[in-house]
Design a binder for this molecule. Sequence first.
Ligand code: C2E
Ligand code: CA
Ligand code: CA
Ligand code: CA
Length: 281
Amino acid sequence: AKARGRNCYQFFNQEIQIEAERTAKIHFHLKKAIHQGELQLYYQPIVEPKSGKIVKAEALLRWRYNDEFIPPDEFIPIAEQSGLIVEIGAWVRKQAVITAIELQQKNITMPISINVSTLEFWSSELQHNFIQFFDDILQELDIDVFPYKLITLEITESLLMKQKNEVNELLSMLRKRGIRISIDDFGTGYSSLSYLVNFPVDQVKIDKSFIQQLETDKRHKALIEAIVSISKALDLNVIAEGVETEAQLAFINQQNIPFVQGYYFYRPMPKNEFISLLSDS
Ligand code: C2E
Ligand code: CA
Ligand code: CA
Ligand code: CA
């Protein structure tokens, strides 16, 4: 038994080592990814489930390194740990704003949601300059009116847990400009329903983990019902994420959830595909 225990330990050590090497490798290559044009922003349409009409979209980051797509769930945490997320986040916001403006110039009004990681908010430069950031793009792009109303920031509950007054103030300032605030992955973290009352938010996104288990586990249905009912009472928008099947859609419709995002309708797609999809419809 002793020998086996030792093998296990060695095996475990090896796993950690392999993982650490992969993390280091990703970090090393990610540093250069922006400048080498390896990052791309994809767009996933968000639809009204009953009509199937595209009403908004979420911008989702893609990194192609050689012939491999490294999933954001793998490289975003590494970007957060290393601080690279600040530069990456700025790039993402700028690309998303450019796309919103491009569409506007084609007379297509398409609000775009941008994921903002909590660490990005707290990086010392950004905390004070998040507003300034949008002013800077405005100048850089040489446009007269910034389409604040077309921008939604998707934040997670972890942002709402610390320095509540500062966060509240920042979110209020952004909202005064017309930017909308959405709580992402709602219900998966250390949720507190009081967040919905105490912070200036416009929208709640039901995480795909709930949607994907609703057919097999009644409790997930109950949870979704509860989120929908409180959101309605507080006059918040609701988006269901990760809808893949007819049965999931039927439940969404039965709940009168107004917005849906999922493979049932569309997968995330490159910008040019997204623009031509919108131009054709
Ligand atoms: P998220 O914000 O919860 O984004 C939704 C994820 O669900 C996306 O994964 C999307 O492709 C996926 N999805 C949408 N519909 C379906 C469906 O019907 N079935 C399934 N199985 N998946 C669906 P993705 O693009 O891999 O992104 C993963 C996570 O990485 C995001 O989760 C977000 O937390 C993070 N992320 C992505 N882009 C950015 C970014 O630009 N900045 C930051 N900070 N985080 C990002
Ligand atoms: Ca999101
Ligand atoms: Ca997320
Ligand atoms: Ca999610």
